[in-house]
Design a protein around this ligand. Structure first.
Ligand SMILES: NC(=O)c1ccc[n+]([C@@H]2O[C@H](COP(=O)([O-])OP(=O)(O)OC[C@H]3O[C@@H](n4cnc5c(N)ncnc54)[C@H](OP(=O)(O)O)[C@@H]3O)[C@@H](O)[C@H]2O)c1
Length: 322
């Protein structure tokens, strides 16, 4: 089976490529920069040029492909480009997949997306979900919460860097997940017919509040966080004011995204069923505590090495001076 991974240089995409190669799949990666995708080639994937904003490049990239895993998402901060990439390009991708006789199509959307139709990016995701559902393709749509990897710039780095962390006053529970676990479940799902034509949530096995994550980071790193709390009513006004949705751009939008992921209802029973079908033990999913401990261990070691280098360089300089 040959997979085409779109968005393969991204946080999730690269884990999908890594897992697929480990499992013996032939992997093609659609990349818009061969230089940026060089590490994927080193891993053993084939690079094919493609840019979702140049829609003519899409059909050609499907040659010889059995399944598509679309991990791409736009980061542009104007609505025109988002609509072009998230909607037009993805419609063309779905049409081209039909013509090319693609056997499986995997798409990632956002946890609780159906409750947030008023947010432009979410609405575009929902439109693609609908197009897939009526396409006749064998699709699987996974609804994802936040990634462990996203917590590093959000909480861990600001603590290390003594930067302010913004949280909402009514922080709710989110079951963050490691992208490696999403990759594992996605690749396993390819061979399971029960996942055909399904929309399913994938989430980690423990829900977390922002403050608990910050406390955990403080405990592990031994450093104090500087926290600023934004009231929900203010967040909502800011959200209405800024209109456009993209969680990486600014604080209000990022916090709005967090609130969206954390809408209060449980999907854990469905998640248990998914794991059962995939024959994956719940305990195999990485715990956030373990992930953060590993992260801080590595970063603290690097910081110590760096300090040591700086100190020894200073000593050498002072030897030269005196
Ligand atoms: N991050 C989260 O917490 C989260 C939560 C819920 C759902 N999701 C969904 O999960 C999926 C993966 O998210 P992620 O955070 O891993 O994304 P990401 O790290 O931002 O990666 C985005 C990928 O899309 C590619 N891309 C962007 N514009 C492109 C274009 N015009 N043509 C071709 N490729 C293009 C990027 O390529 P370049 O390297 O060339 O820029 C990159 O490989 C997305 O569908 C996202 O909506 C993410």
């Amino acid at each position: 089976m040959t997979l085409l991974v779109i968005g393969s240089t991204g946080t999730l995409g690269r884990q999908i490529v890594r897992k697929a190669l480990n499992e013996g799949f032939q992997v093609k990666c659609l990349v818009r920069s061969f230089r940026k995708g060089a590490f994927l080639k080193e891993w053993g994937a084939e690079l094919v040029y493609g840019d979702l904003s140049v829609v003519e490049s899409i059909p050609l990239s499907l040659y010889g492909v059995t399944a598509i895993i679309d991990c791409s998402t736009s980061r542009a901060n104007d609505l025109y480009n988002i609509a072009l990439i998230e909607l037009k390009a993805k419609y063309i991708l779905i049409e081209s997949a039909l013509k090319a006789g693609i056997k499986r199509y995997i798409f990632f959307s956002i946890f609780n997306s159906f409750n947030y139709k008023n947010i432009p990016l979410v609405m575009l995701k929902l439109m693609i979900e609908y197009r897939l559902k009526i396409s006749g393709l064998n699709y699987t749509i996974f609804h994802l919460p936040g990634f462990f990897q996203g917590l590093i710039p959000q909480y861990a780095l600001p603590i290390l860097d003594k930067q302010l962390i913004w949280i909402t006053s009514e922080s709710s529970l989110i079951s963050y997940i490691n992208t490696q676990d999403v990759a594992k479940m996605t690749i396993h799902s390819l061979s399971i017919s029960q996942f055909n034509k399904k929309t399913l949530p994938l989430q980690g096995n423990k829900p977390w509040r922002s403050l608990d994550i910050i406390n955990l980071c403080e405990q592990i790193s031994g450093r104090r966080a500087q926290i600023n709390t934004i009231p929900i009513y203010l967040l909502n006004s800011l959200k209405n004011f800024t209109r456009l949705f993209q969680w990486t751009w600014n604080i209000s939008e990022r916090l709005a995204f967090i609130e969206m992921l954390s809408h209060k209802y449980s999907t854990s029973a469905q998640m248990k069923e998914i794991l059962y079908i995939l024959k994956i033990d719940e305990k195999e999913l990485e715990e956030l505590d373990v992930y953060l401990q590993e992260y801080f261990k590595r970063i603290m070691k690097k910081l110590k090495e760096l300090n040591y280098q700086i100190l020894s360089n200073q000593k050498n300089v002072s030897k030269i001076e005196f």
